[in-house]
Write a protein that binds this ligand. Structure first.
Ligand code: SF4
Ligand code: SF4
Length: 362
């Protein structure tokens, strides 16, 4: 397999040890040794040595969520996310992607989202139409919210309305490139999507990004891939925290105690942990999960539920059990995808809320 020297070094230097074994949310959900980062490195190493074919490890390569818990915990500084992404790119170039991944890549290229959706729900379309006028500020909703969680997208808009902010929402929002980046890494097609979206963003002074996955890509990956934008990119959580601080988003503190589920994209990739907490503290009493901020445990997402739904439910159920284990009964998320994953678990003991649910009291 054609792999950069940097990635080969990381694969060969990974000691296949136990240090990050216990913190992988996928490995913990499946209980399979093969799902752990060390097993993935071992598999790639075997392909690099010609012992097995690339196609033999591809399902395993797509079991990784890219949550970065292993990178965070690797005391020797090796990066399983980096080498996993590079293998995805190489598999795409060698036409060795699994069929279920190929289908999602095709949807990203043809319809602009991995789900192949083309129509928004009526309520969201109507709400977006209320914000079609050009302003200095763009609210970027992202594919998951627009096509898979439209009620949350509507609420995200309503929260900014409640704060009296003037903002635009695009009916024909372009893909950020985040889904393609997950599926095939730094391919030309990924960069083309990012460049096209950055050009649209240039038309605004500020872009508030609702989904942390898109925010991470726009604030970090665009720079890594040489994609520039003149717009100031702000996470939705940072925007809400600023509105709270300025007295524009004022709450009646509910008689409710919650814990906060840090999205890894904010906590680890963007090192943003306090903004959502400042917002929550305005509307509820905040307690902490044992594994919080940079130590957060990912709670699942919508995209991977398309091809491993049962594992995603187990990932989410495990995170809910973390909430229950400390005697808490409500968790607030700031990621629409994690919110959807947590909501998909059939249970009644833990209340799952988005930041918008908390702010709007719904
Ligand atoms: S990434 Fe680091 S902690 Fe994880 S198995 Fe490799 S060397 Fe060990
Ligand atoms: S990035 Fe997350 S899902 Fe992937 S191997 Fe590391 S801990 Fe597991």
């Amino acid at each position: 397999m054609n792999m950069s020297d940097k990635c080969k070094t990381h694969v060969d230097s990974c000691r296949f040890c136990w240090m990050c074994h216990h913190i992988c949310p996928i490995g913990n959900a499946t209980g399979h040794e093969r799902s752990t980062p060390r097993a993935r490195a071992l598999g790639i190493s075997l392909v690099n040595r010609g012992a097995i074919g690339l196609e033999e490890i591809m399902d395993n390569i797509y079991e990784c969520a890219g949550c970065g818990a292993c990178v965070h915990d690797c005391v020797t500084g090796w990066d399983p996310v980096m080498f996993t992404k590079e293998v995805r790119l190489q598999a795409a170039l060698e036409d060795k992607l699994p069929a279920y991944i190929n289908a999602m890549v095709d949807h990203c290229l043809d319809e602009g989202n991995a789900y192949g959706k083309t129509v928004l729900c009526e309520t969201l379309s109507a709400k977006i139409a209320e914000h079609k006028e050009k302003t200095d500020t763009l609210l970027y909703l992202g594919a998951d919210a627009r096509y898979m969680a439209c009620k949350q997208a509507v609420k995200a808009i309503r929260v900014l309305e409640k704060a009296g902010l003037a903002f635009t929402v695009l009916a024909d929002e372009l893909p950020s490139g985040a889904q393609l980046d997950f599926l095939i890494g730094a391919a030309d097609e990924t960069k083309q999507q990012m460049l096209a979206n950055a050009k649209v963003m240039d038309g605004f002074k500020t872009v508030i990004v609702y989904d942390p996955t898109d925010a991470k890509v726009m604030k970090r990956t665009y720079k890594e891939y040489g994609v520039e934008t003149t717009a100031a990119v702000q996470t939705y959580t940072a925007a809400l925290a600023a509105l709270v601080k300025d007295g524009k988003l004022v709450g009646k503190k509910a008689d409710k105690t919650v814990v906060y589920q840090d999205p890894y994209q904010l906590a680890r990739d963007l090192e943003e942990t306090e903004e959502a907490r400042a917002v929550i503290a305005e509307f509820a009493t905040l307690h902490e999960l044992h594994l919080n901020r940079g130590e957060t445990v990912w709670a699942g997402n919508i995209l991977m539920a398309q091809y491993m739904p049962e594992v995603m439910k187990k990932v989410a159920a495990r995170r809910l059990s973390n909430v229950k284990s400390i005697g808490e009964c409500a968790v607030v998320t700031a990621c629409v995808s994690e919110y959807t994953a947590l909501k998909s678990v059939e249970q009644s003991e833990i209340e799952v809320l988005s930041l918008e649910d908390l702010i709007l009291g719904e």
